[in-house]
Design a protein. Structure first.
Lengths: 228, 250, 345
């Protein structure tokens, strides 16, 4: 396989891993709050979180392009903070991926928190256990399968990201040229041989991820059935 | 009158109406066009010379269209952004050899909308598969002295977007995009460009062919003739392209 | 020692409670489904707000549930799936603060016979086993006031009586006060000394169990259950039965071991009791007691007889025909046959 393709693969895995990890850190407290939130704004918040599911990635990419621009406030702020530009950079693609994969990490976490809150957490409150101990010794251990699912889904989803990266990446090897872009390049330049090779490798990796994901899910489903 | 539909006479009338359509209908032509030329094509088809032809336009990258035609897409005419793909189609028997024509020549412009953006990013279309990109890369490597960093867009219009949004300080874009943007907004920033001399980069020859499987050969031929007419050449110049034999003028 | 004022809007009605109970060991809360019993317990525990809650003269109205020095076992109180049985038991023992009942895990395990279950996965327990573990876990929270919401409803009566007996024993040995919610009067009659009758969010009655139960039965035109206290249970190996003695009159009864519990009480349904004026000679009727007919009252189409046996009151119901044809009057000696004590019911 071409060296540039290996670079693209490594870059993609790095991107997927970092995105999933950052999303977990953001989404666990967010899901915790949202799951127990009972206000009137709840449907609006839930819809906002689910937006990246329905928006075309190219649309998100286009608006991010505008957002990142050094002629606009956010782009200027970023430049002031770091001295670099977000478009055409790995950091920019990570930020785009955070939006892209947010609902995929939030959903399993939300579901996990809801289930824990309604059954186990209530019982523990009644038994007289303090909030801190409940979180540490009850919620977190019970959340493990959900965290696993959330990470796996976020990772797998980011692996396949295309439209958004296409819009804001600038196709720079080792920086923003992820596998989906490299594949697109091969196809566009009629280099079908390389395209097939790269596709197969990506398929294999994605498939392995999904197998792991369903292994996790199985534990979750069995656990849920036993608790019911 | 009300009961007409229920009689055999009524059915006869219905049949006549249905089958009479082809008799005085306009001929339909389905044109596959490279995305960068689509706006110009949309203007061209409003010309009264084509009023008897019903034209459907499908735009995508030349590569995608080429692929589709190879797999049997029902286009009548293919207007590519390069010369290679029409040649390939002829070689593989998908297009009519003697219909090959250069319908336009793409013009490159170096665009720097404002002086205030400070980065050395130069946006160009990806040279790997875009003829505009190849020409841009050639020009930049040979003639641009100030230091720059390439940023690759997936097509020449996307390169324009990179510069438009301010993420790239300058870019090599299609003249037609600048002209079209200025026409729409009258914003002077779209005039801050330098037209690149044609000798300095490989000519962006945009060629078209009639697809072999077409069912509307007459209309297709008529259209291709129209494309090569002198009046069309004038329109092309206004819109930012060059016709085969005309001179360059700003 | 328990004061509560609570006005809450519930789904179909308002919970309107204004109570002060001076002293109790085991307080029963009785009422039909949806009468507000669970809501009352949750208000006492602090899961919902009440206007005023005092326990032992401490005002706990504004305290969080984990600071109220009591514990509540909800009706739906699942075991934690990420821990095994032992882990669940130790969970409350380790994480509950301000413990006051100094029960150790070993004591509770022995009391509820949980030894064979300790290493089991919680998902593999039977319904009965699960409820015993849940109860043990609640006990190990270490509080001196324990609220239980229908804690034993999934158990068969024999196990249920064992558990209720354990409740009474814990009260005696460790001074733990219990508040138990149930819609089974039989259960509460068995173990509680004070009874609260609640319906549609209002307290109908609160007082000594016997009295409250009496008025419940009277109002419902039902024949009451009878409680018979006994002493000196002796196991007869030849018959496989226990011989029970009624302390005041030294009369004897035989019963299967599963009915003989630590609190030395038998609950007898009125349908188990038949009477006659003359002593039955039949050998199979070994469980015959002598008593005096105190009262005969007509309830709809039947007659309710109150009989004093061994200074305890037993109740049986007979049809109009039986009453008229038996010709017994209050004040007369009467023979009662208690059925189904020697065979499992």
């Amino acid at each position: 396989m071409l060296a540039s393709d290996v670079t693209a693969l490594w870059l993609t895995i790095k991107l997927a891993f970092i995105t999933a990890a950052i999303l977990l850190i953001i989404c666990i407290p967010l899901a915790w709050q949202l799951a127990s939130f009972k206000g009137k704004l709840k449907p609006i918040l839930e819809a906002l979180i689910a937006m990246p599911l329905v928006l075309p990635p190219t649309l998100m990419g286009f608006y991010l392009l505008v957002l990142f621009s050094p002629t606009h406030a956010f782009g200027q702020f970023w430049f002031w903070l770091t001295g670099t530009q977000l478009a055409f950079s790995f950091q920019g693609v990570v930020i785009g991926s955070l939006f892209y994969s947010l609902p995929f990490v939030m959903q399993p976490l939300l579901a996990g928190f809801k289930q824990i809150n309604t059954t186990y957490n209530q019982a523990a409150i009644a038994l007289g256990i303090s909030p801190f101990k409940r979180f540490m010794y009850l919620t977190l251990p019970l959340l493990k399968p959900s965290i696993g699912s959330a990470f796996a889904l976020g990772f797998a989803h980011t692996l396949g990201e295309f439209g958004l990266v296409l819009m804001i990446g600038g196709n720079i090897q080792g920086e923003t040229q992820v596998v989906s872009i490299a594949l697109y390049d091969h196809v566009e330049s009629l280099n079908y041989g390389a395209a097939h090779q790269l596709s197969l490798v990506l398929l294999a990796i994605s498939f392995a991820c999904l197998v792991l994901l369903f292994k996790f899910n199985k534990t979750v489903i069995n656990g849920a059935a036993n608790r019911a | 009158m009300l009961k007409l539909y229920n009689t055999w006479y009524g059915y006869l009338l219905l049949l006549l109406v249905v089958f009479s359509n082809p008799l005085n209908a306009k001929e339909t032509l389905h044109i596959a066009v490279a995305s960068n030329f689509k706006p110009v094509l949309q203007t061209l088809v409003t010309n009264p010379a084509l009023k008897n032809i019903n034209i459907k336009i499908s735009a995508a990258s030349s590569g995608v269209l080429h692929s589709q035609i190879m797999h049997g897409a029902p286009y009548d005419i293919f207007l590519s952004a390069d010369a290679a793909r029409p040649h390939a189609l002829i070689k593989d028997g998908f297009a009519l050899k003697n219909s090959l024509t250069t319908y336009a020549i793409g013009l490159l412009a170096l665009w720097q909308p404002s002086n205030s953006v400070i980065n050395n990013k130069l946006a160009i279309a990806n040279p790997r598969f875009s003829p505009y990109g190849q020409s841009s890369a050639h020009y930049a490597k040979n003639y641009i002295k100030t230091p720059y960093e390439f940023v690759y867009a997936n097509n020449i219009t996307h390169a324009f977007q990179f510069v438009e949004t301010g993420n790239a300080a300058k870019g090599l874009v299609a003249l037609s995009t600048l002209k079209s943007a200025y026409r729409k907004t009258k914003n002077k920033k779209y005039l801050n460009y330098t037209l690149i001399e044609s000798e300095k980069y490989p000519e962006i020859t945009q060629q078209g062919v009639i697809i072999s499987a077409t069912k509307h050969l007459t209309a297709a031929k008529k259209f291709m003739a129209f494309l090569n007419a002198p009046s069309t050449a004038k329109t092309l110049l206004e819109l930012g392209y060059k016709a085969k034999e005309s001179d360059v003028s700003k | 020692m328990l004061k509560i004022q609570c006005h809450q809007r519930l789904d179909d009605f308002e919970l309107h409670v204004d109570l002060a109970i001076n002293q109790f060991d085991i307080l029963g809360v009785f009422g039909p489904s949806g009468s507000g019993k669970s809501s009352l317990l949750q208000a006492i525990a602090g899961l919902t707000t009440a206007q005023n809650v005092c326990i032992n003269n401490h005002n706990i109205t504004h305290l969080k549930p984990d600071k109220r020095l009591l514990t509540l076992q909800l009706q739906s109180c699942p075991l934690f799936p990420h821990l095994n049985v032992m882990g669940n038991l130790l969970f409350t023992h380790k994480h509950c603060k301000n413990k006051s009942n100094n029960l150790t895990p070993d004591q509770v395990i022995d009391l509820l016979a949980l030894n064979p279950l300790l290493n089991r996965d919680v998902s593999g327990l039977s319904g009965g086993e699960r409820q015993r573990v849940i109860f043990a876990r609640t006990l190990l929270s270490g509080q001196s006031v324990i609220l239980l919401d229908e804690p034993f409803s999934a158990l068969d009566w024999s196990t249920r009586f064992t558990m209720l007996g354990a409740v009474q024993q814990l009260n005696k040995s460790h001074g733990i006060k219990f508040i138990i919610v149930s819609h089974s009067l039989k259960e509460l009659l068995y173990c509680s000394d004070t009874l609260l009758h609640i319906a549609k969010g209002n307290v109908l009655q609160c007082g000594a169990t016997q009295e409250v139960v009496q008025s419940i039965y009277t109002n419902k035109s039902q024949t009451p259950l009878s409680i018979l206290s006994y002493s000196k249970p002796e196991f007869n190996e030849a018959f496989g039965l226990y011989q029970l003695t009624l302390s005041n009159s030294q009369q004897h009864l035989y019963a299967v071991p599963s009915l003989v519990k630590q609190n030395h009480k038998l609950i007898i349904e009125s349908s188990q009791i038949t009477y006659s004026k003359v002593k039955p000679i039949n050998e199979s009727s070994a469980n015959v007691l002598i008593g005096m007919l105190e009262n005969a009252q007509q309830l709809d189409e039947k007659w309710l007889l109150t009989v004093n046996v061994d200074t305890q009151l037993l109740y049986c119901a007979v049809s109009k025909r039986q009453w008229q044809q038996s010709a017994v009057s209050p004040g007369e000696q009467i023979y009662l046959t208690i059925n189904n004590l020697e065979t499992l019911n």
